[in-house]
Write a protein that binds this ligand. Structure first.
Ligand SMILES: NC(=O)c1ccc[n+]([C@@H]2O[C@H](COP(=O)([O-])OP(=O)(O)OC[C@H]3O[C@@H](n4cnc5c(N)ncnc54)[C@H](OP(=O)(O)O)[C@@H]3O)[C@@H](O)[C@H]2O)c1
Length: 257
């Protein structure tokens, strides 16, 4: 049977690639982001290439009641969401004290609040159906404190922790929850975060390979997917032996442009 996937942040980067993968598996799609033109172009591309249907819903997920409106959109179109991809997110470079607080609060609204509310809404139906999958795009940033991106790293730590807890709670209900944790990926993220000019993204992974790894991990029911193999070894096997006190300094050095 055709699976319906809802993807936030589908207008570029990892979200766009997740949409292409799901479409290639003959799945229908509900695509969410703020930019209409990008979503319409993707809808056209995917409907022409595959025998699928794509709905788009243009929404700023930081706006009031956005998650409820997304949910109501699916209900009014009689769409049951099988896979929820909480992928929209952004970062922001600079010392926390010097950054505009409004931008960091907006980041929390998108990276954390929208993800939590959408999960809660769609889980009601998944629980009734005893089926469903959620893929949350977290980050390797979720395993570290992040000087020069303090709020961003903290939002991703939330996503990792939240996903692990939900995966455990929802196992008896046959619902899978996966946190995709990429390292640097070549997308619009670098520019949006104000990080162009540094060398962090020089050897960045592609959005396509990152999305493929995340999608596969979700299908397999993995809880954590660190998509970069080197960072996977570093985080899982080496970091536990590094004294905690020196980690913030190391991260700050890496984040310095
Ligand atoms: N790139 C990396 O190095 C990297 C590494 C680890 C984790 N991640 C995570 O991966 C996820 C996807 O990012 P990406 O790398 O693919 O970056 P991207 O190309 O900038 O994509 C971000 C997506 O989020 C959407 N978005 C941003 N603000 C939004 C809002 N207020 N409401 C609705 N949608 C919004 C954007 O669309 P519109 O502008 O059209 O709204 C876009 O589709 C994020 O959660 C990010 O934190 C990225």
């Amino acid at each position: 049977m055709k699976k319906i996937a809802l993807i936030t942040g589908a207008s570029s980067g990892i979200g766009k690639e997740l949409a292409r993968i799901h479409a290639s598996k003959n799945g229908d799609l509900i695509l969410i982001a703020r930019r209409t033109e990008e979503l319409e172009l993707l809808k056209k591309e995917l409907e022409e290439k595959h025998a699928i249907k794509v709905w788009i819903f243009v929404k700023d997920l930081t706006s009031k009641n956005a998650a409820k409106e997304v949910y109501e959109f699916t209900k009014s179109n009689q769409l049951e969401v099988d896979y929820l991809f909480n992928n929209a997110g952004f970062g922001g470079h600079g010392f926390f004290v010097d950054r505009p607080i409004a931008k960091d609060l907006e980041m929390i609204d998108l990276n954390v609040s929208a993800l939590v509310e959408l999960s809660h809404l769609f889980l009601q139906d998944m629980k009734k159906r005893k089926a469903g999958k959620i893929l949350n795009t977290a980050s390797t940033a979720g395993f570290l404190p992040g000087p020069l991106q303090a709020t961003y790293f903290a939002t991703k730590a939330f996503v990792v922790s939240f996903s692990e807890a939900l995966a455990h709670e929802l196992k008896p209900h046959n619902i899978g929850v996966t946190a995709l944790c990429p390292g640097p990926v070549k997308t619009e993220f670098e520019k949006t975060a104000g990080m162009t000019g540094g060398n962090l993204f020089e050897k960045a992974a592609s959005a396509k390979s990152t999305a493929e790894k995340g999608y596969r991990a979700m299908e397999k029911g993995k809880v954590i997917c660190i998509s970069d193999p080197v960072l996977n070894i570093l985080i899982q096997y080496i970091m536990p032996f590094i004294p905690k006190a020196i980690i913030p300094g190391m991260v700050q050095k890496m984040q310095t442009i």
